[in-house]
Ligand binder design. Structure first.
Ligand code: PA5
Length: 474
């Protein structure tokens, strides 16, 4: 890609700070006052890193991440299949989807095989809506499809149910060759998927121990899909590693990007901003907002602090897209409750700019657009929105990517992961577990009749007996 700009990411936090237009912003002293807490966080995180507990960073090593094996496998299967389908949910789906949308053609699946580099179409089935599932199976020829079942635990009901349906279909359509249509990404020792994969001979990749789903994009969870669909996974890892080094080797709120972002998030949260809006100004980053929402919500939304005290803490993430949401949610951001902090993600240089034609016969009030580009219009709208927020005394900041490519996306992923880890430390909670999600999973096992969950089933059924509902009589 000749257009690559190799300089790194910038964080523009002017909109968070006090200025002549915005008295509500923070002062440098307020940020500086968090330094001690940030130093403590850095020491704790570094100890945990050494103990192998921060594996999203520790396992960026290409060999440990199985990159050569992933690339070899991806190249050996990519042209054999028309479709590649991820079956997974939560962290096992959002990362692969976000990176694909950021780095591949927006209409990738609609491109001709030549334009896709003879790589398969890409689908992510991250839900169990029976209609959508059935409709996906209707449009795919199973004999020309490779399914990647991704589940770290190997137990998640949604993914296991999808897998069982697909396996059954493949057995009927492909006969004894069906196992060549399934590749499994799961734990190396635990879970129910592993013994089936071993017994039936599926190709297999390992989700490293200690990495929660939402932190697992740069493991085989995300890298396999990326490599199969033609993304340069080495560049993705290079960008991630560089950001990782910057964050791990630098101290100081004004020098370390994760410390800076976490400090700003923490100050804003202390000042009652319970909502964190993530608003990229690039359609390619639309699903990155979904990924970020899971990362922020599942990591930081916690009942207990590290000492076990009930704190019910967390900042609610909201996904938005510029400029589309300027005509939807921005009214609320500017004039509604002052409970939000907004992160814009901007791309400095688009791969295309798209000129707007000049037509001097048009009314003057639209003539001004002629000769400009869609990129210029988008930049202007983004700046105008920032300014409107500033005038309204609302806080906002911007992550600027020089270019939307694998290297910069790798940087962005690591920045947000580290920022979340730091925020977890500042909030004194464990950012790496998800007990609330597990509770829901257990309830599902109970209601679906899994052995060992009988008591939970009785409790839920008892609760379901009391009903308050209103139905329109026919
Ligand atoms: O981030 C997480 O840990 C979760 O969102 C999981 O990814 C999600 O629940 C799916 O779990 P699993 O990969 O074990 O099927």
């Amino acid at each position: 890609m000749e257009n690559r700009v190799r300089s790194g990411i910038t964080i523009d936090y002017m909109g968070m700070m006090q200025s002549s237009q915005n008295q509500n912003g923070f002062t440098k002293e307020e940020l500086q006052n968090l330094q001690e807490a940030l130093n403590e966080a850095q020491t704790t995180l570094s100890t945990r890193w050494k103990a192998g507990e921060i594996d999203f960073s520790k396992l960026l090593d290409p060999i440990k991440t199985q990159i050569p094996e992933i690339i070899e496998y991806a190249n050996s299967v990519a042209s054999n299949f028309e479709n590649f389908v991820v079956l997974g949910i939560g962290g096992s789906a959002l990362g692969p989807l976000a990176v694909h949308q950021a780095l591949n053609h927006y209409y990738y699946n609609e491109l001709s095989p030549e334009k896709r580099g003879h790589r398969p179409r890409f689908y992510v089935m991250d839900n169990i809506d029976p209609v959508r599932f059935n409709e996906l199976l209707q449009i795919l020829d199973p004999s020309k499809t490779l399914f990647n079942v991704i589940s770290k635990s190997g137990n998640t009901s949604e993914t296991m149910a999808q897998f069982l349906i697909v396996r059954d279909t493949l057995r009927r359509v492909c006969g004894e060759n069906y196992a060549q249509h399934i590749v499994v990404t799961t734990d190396k020792e635990k879970g129910n998927l592993l013994p089936i994969a071993l017994k039936e001979g599926y190709h297999r990749f390992v989700v490293p121990t200690g990495i929660g789903g939402r932190f697992s994009e740069l493991t085989p969870v995300g890298l396999l899909a990326a490599a199969i669909c033609g993304i340069d996974v080495n560049q993705l890892m290079e960008g991630a590693l560089e950001m990782d080094q910057w964050i791990r080797k630098t101290s100081g709120v004004f020098s370390n990007p994760a410390q800076l972002r976490a400090a700003l998030a923490h100050l804003s949260w202390q000042k009652g901003k319970n909502i964190s809006v993530f608003m990229p100004y690039a359609d390619g980053l639309k699903t990155m907002a979904d990924w970020y929402a899971q990362l922020w919500a599942e990591s930081l939304g916690k009942r207990n602090d590290r000492q076990g005290k009930v704190v019910n803490i967390g900042q609610t993430p909201v996904k938005a897209l510029g400029v589309t949401d300027q005509h939807s949610q921005v009214q609320l951001f500017v004039e509604g409750p002052d409970d939000k902090v907004i992160t814009f993600v901007a791309v400095e240089k688009f791969a295309e700019t798209q000129e707007i034609p000049v037509d001097l016969e048009l009314p003057e009030d639209i003539q001004f657009l002629g000769g400009r580009t869609l990129a210029e219009l988008l930049f202007a709208e983004q700046k105008a929105t920032e300014y409107a927020l500033t005038l309204a005394g609302r806080q906002h900041q911007k992550i600027i990517l020089p270019y939307l490519d694998a290297y910069n996306v790798g940087q962005l992923l690591l920045l947000l992961e580290w920022e979340t880890a730091y925020m977890g430390e500042l909030l004194n909670i464990n950012a790496f577990d998800q007990p609330g999600v597990e509770e829901g999973k257990n309830g599902t096992y109970a209601l679906m009749g899994r052995k060992g969950y009988e008591t939970r089933r009785q409790e839920i059924e008892e609760y379901g007996k009391t009903q308050y509902s209103l139905t329109k009589e026919l």
